[in-house]
Design a protein around this ligand. Structure first.
Ligand code: IPM
Ligand code: MG
Length: 361
């Protein structure tokens, strides 16, 4: 198969981790006879430096013309003082919105090899951590009107939060469908004791539930959910929630698995063209040192193969290789535990080890 992949290396550790993921994709192409072409796209701080815009139209168009987009990470302290609408993150939000990728899928799964990297008690980890957060990605407070005005001589900042019935319904359906493919338990997370948008959210979820009688729907307030994720994570299978709650809960969920550096994500909309990115940031403090963990990005590339290109065997090949390398005790600094049998490696070496393990089944 021929696929054109738009590649956003971005800022900080982005170029290093994406570099390893591209080598992995090249190996897949060689093993399975595919042809992947990579189109470089500038987005984020590097695009601000080059074009004065975090995502110029021409760069965005390359993404829209691709079969899918692979992204490293954007942002960094260098651009902290850039005004709001020109921040590196704005490029990412524009990309998500213009690609129409409303459904963000963030797995929180503990790798058995890394169980002792979890900050939770072993007795809690032993119950199992394997759930998915389905996060609404192009609505809510992220995309409402933002404004700072002067009122009575003092500054007043306004961020608007809206959700329409149809926006809730389309992500709700993804939640139910995701649950149908797993343990058939869906937890809808909102703040319906305070917010109108959450009351509508809950109402729509319960209306949809009638169409998915095989799925058991439960409701949870977001503050309670934050607590339950650390208290008893094994209760969760699929969580569906709005944009900002999903942003916060997915960081928490990734942390209990031991390393945010391991977690990939997919963002999909109406078409098969998706956006794939690790959920961690650009980690400017360790950029350029060849010590970042490329696994989150490599697993994001595997998700692209599975969900956008229908290449399940190829995705399995990557995931098995990652598991085999972890089995042998190789670790980047972020997932290194005190175990003397573990061997610390850098970003390039981790990529090389994974590629070495990749075999066509
Ligand atoms: C994420 C990030 C982004 C978000 C930022 C960089 C805009 O935190 O993907 O979770 O808030 O969505
Ligand atoms: Mg986030």
């Amino acid at each position: 198969m021929k696929k054109n992949i738009a590649v956003i290396r971005g800022d900080g550790i982005g170029p290093e981790i994406v570099g390893e993921a591209l080598k992995v994709l090249d190996k897949i192409a060689a093993l399975y006879g595919h042809e992947f072409t990579f189109t470089d796209v500038d987005m984020g701080g590097c695009a601000i430096d080059r074009f004065g815009d975090p995502l110029p139209q021409a760069e965005l168009d390359k993404c829209l013309a691709s079969d899918s987009v692979l992204l490293g990470a954007v942002g960094g302290p260098k651009w902290n003082d850039v005004p709001g609408p020109m921040r590196p993150e704005k490029g990412l939000l524009r990309l998500r919105a213009d690609m129409g990728v409303y459904s963000n899928n963030r797995p929180a799964k503990i790798w058995p090899q890394l169980a002792d990297a979890s900050p939770l008690k072993p007795s809690i980890v032993a119950q199992g951590i394997d759930f998915i957060i389905v996060r609404e990605l192009i609505g809510g407070i992220y995309f409402g009107a933002h404004n700072t005005i002067t009122k009575d001589g003092r500054l007043l900042a306004i961020d608007e939060l809206t959700y329409s019935e149809s926006e809730i319904e389309r992500i709700g359906r993804i939640g139910f469908e995701t649950a149908q493919k797993r343990s058939k338990r869906l937890c809808s997370v909102e703040k319906s004791n305070v917010l109108d948008s959450s009351r509508l959210w809950k109402k729509v979820m319960h209306r949809l539930a009638a169409e998915y009688p095989d799925v058991e729907l439960s409701d949870m307030l977001v503050d309670n959910c934050a607590m339950q994720i650390v208290k008893n994570p094994s209760q969760f299978d699929v969580i569906v929630t709005e944009n900002m709650f999903g942003d916060i809960l997915s960081d928490e969920a990734s942390m209990i698995t031991g390393s945010i550096g391991m977690i990939p994500s997919s963002s999909l909309g109406a078409s098969s063209c998706g956006l794939y990115e690790p959920i961690h940031g650009s980690a400017p403090d360790i950029a350029g040192q060849d010590i970042a963990n490329p696994i989150g990005t490599i697993l994001s590339a595997a998700m692209m193969l599975r969900y956008s290109f229908d290449m399940a065997a190829e995705a399995d090949c990557i995931e098995s290789a990652v598991s085999a390398v972890l089995d042998e005790g190789y670790r980047t600094g972020d997932i290194l535990s005190g175990d003397p049998a573990c061997i610390q490696v850098g970003c390039t070496e981790m990529g090389r080890l994974i590629i070495e393990k990749m075999k066509r089944e």
